[in-house]
Design a protein around this ligand. Structure first.
Ligand SMILES: [Ca+2]
Length: 468
């Protein structure tokens, strides 16, 4: 064979990366793939292009979906921040790990004595067990006391805000301290005004990009829980100037952030060994779009817990595909553990299941969940099984025909109602016996003082103070 001919052959040979559903899982496993989870706050099901938004321009998410897999029945385990994040980190229904609520409020507040128990085995600790570098960049909201912070729960490094961005002095009703930005365990700055609120997406994105570049030779896990698009909303000027309102500006800046992460992975030649999953922590709050779903943040209708989700891993996750099989954030811990050879706790029961076949497009793969349960704080309020969704209040919907939960067909399907009602009773009894304690700290205090309040009094937990 002539030299020139060999060159021509090399040029003509194209690696078989264009995947079709069904063949992805038979490929040789890639050792130690990187994982990036981008977790938006309060974004709605209909807020991004891949889920039908025409209001917001999301070219990077559109491309991510073209190159990846759109997951249209992907759920979080609670319709508000703290319990949803507890489920993502532990693979458990929030009630199982004692974090169905904060202490005395639906979510944790500054200086809250509660947090994710240090003995829970988090996703970050699982990745550490497989030798990964782990970084968290953004909003934590699983406890702001020292033993609850990300660096005490398996993350090598942390940069971000410890709870919601609205928990600051302007919040009506509560007496909050200033909003701190932390690096690892130290407060490094305060978010003082809306301009600084609007800079948070940039900061978290740039920290994540730097972490990826620094750790490109090692396997890494990046958790990027953005403070956007939780109110109060502001974005950087270049996003505000082209948008109709702050919500659109924030969603488009989140899209920019996704673009920066994927661009970095391509530049570092890591795209084909990195799984990126984009989703939201709960349904859209006011100003966001949850259509075609009913309800939004705080609700156990679909709009509160079914999230706009895209999974991307060129060459492994089949490009341009969609799965409507039921998956949840709780599934990510066991799925990733198997994928990277990480350890799961031998003693802690988890509720998540391996969804690798669904992510990788195995033909005919079905959800591993016979039932998925919807909680509002402690209360079990609904269950989904197949396309049926039954609310304890008495409504039955066929989500395959009626994704908007508009037509109650309970009267026509008494046997389904009975079966799903029984499943809820059985699950409640099982969970009641299998609950683990929440982490508790005595004499908890806020990270920074309330403005203008001197001495230890300034550090009192927000919920111990009178409402304004
Ligand atoms: Ca949220």
């Amino acid at each position: 064979m002539s030299f020139l001919f060999r060159i021509l052959l090399l040029v003509a040979w194209v690696p078989p990366i264009a995947a079709k559903p069904g063949d992805a899982v038979e490929r040789p496993a890639i050792a130690n793939p990187n994982v990036v989870v981008i977790f938006i706050d309060d974004m709605g099901y209909g807020d991004i292009g891949p889920f039908g938004s025409t209001r917001n321009q999301t070219p990077h998410l559109d491309r991510m979906a073209r190159e990846g897999r759109t997951l249209t029945s992907f759920y979080v385990a609670a319709p508000v921040c703290t319990p949803s994040r507890a489920a993502l980190m532990t693979g458990c229904y929030p009630k199982r790990v004692g974090l169905a609520t904060g202490s005395g409020h639906i979510v944790l507040f500054p200086g809250d004595p509660h947090g994710l128990h240090p003995e829970e085995w988090t996703m970050a600790e699982m990745f550490k067990s497989a030798g990964y570098a782990t970084g968290c960049f953004g909003k934590w909201h699983l406890g702001d006391q020292a033993k609850f912070l990300p660096t005490a729960q398996g993350f090598d490094t942390y940069y971000g805000i410890p709870y919601s961005n609205d928990m600051w002095p302007p919040l009506k009703r509560f007496q909050c301290p200033d909003l701190p930005v932390m690096r690892d365990t130290k407060v490094v700055s305060l978010v003082k005004d809306m301009k600084e609120q609007g800079d948070l997406c940039r900061q978290f994105t740039e920290e994540a990009v730097k972490f990826i570049r620094t750790n490109k030779e090692k396997p890494f896990f990046v958790y990027l829980p953005h403070a956007f698009v939780h109110g109060p909303r502001a974005a950087r000027a270049q996003f505000m100037k082209n948008a109709k309102d702050e919500t659109e500006a924030q969603i488009e800046e989140v899209d920019w952030s996704v673009g920066e992460i994927l661009k970095t992975l391509r530049e570092e030649k890591l795209a084909e060994k990195t799984l990126v999953l984009f989703t939201s922590d709960n349904g859209g709050a006011r100003g966001c779009v949850n259509l075609p779903l009913r309800g939004g943040k705080g609700s156990i209708f679909e709009g509160g817990m079914r999230e706009p989700t895209v999974a991307w891993w060129p060459g492994k996750i089949p490009a341009g595909t969609t799965s409507d099989e039921l998956m949840t954030t709780m599934d990510l811990l066991p799925t990733f553990a198997k994928m990277v050879g990480g350890t799961l706790s031998p003693t802690h029961v988890i509720d998540g299941k391996d969804i690798a076949l669904l992510l990788f497009g195995q033909e005919g793969a079905k959800t591993p969940h016979e039932f998925f349960f919807f909680h509002q704080a402690e209360r079990l309020g609904a269950v989904r099984s197949g396309s049926w969704k039954f609310h304890r209040a008495g409504q039955l919907y066929d989500l395959a025909q009626d994704i908007g939960e508009k037509k109650n067909v309970a009267a026509d399907h008494s046997e389904v109602v009975a079966r799903l009602g029984k499943a809820m009773d059985e699950f409640e009894a099982e969970l009641g016996k299998g609950m683990r304690p929440v982490g508790v700290v005595k004499n908890s205090r806020t990270l920074v003082p309330r403005p203008g309040v001197k001495g230890e009094e300034g550090f009192r937990p927000t919920l111990s103070l009178k409402k304004k």
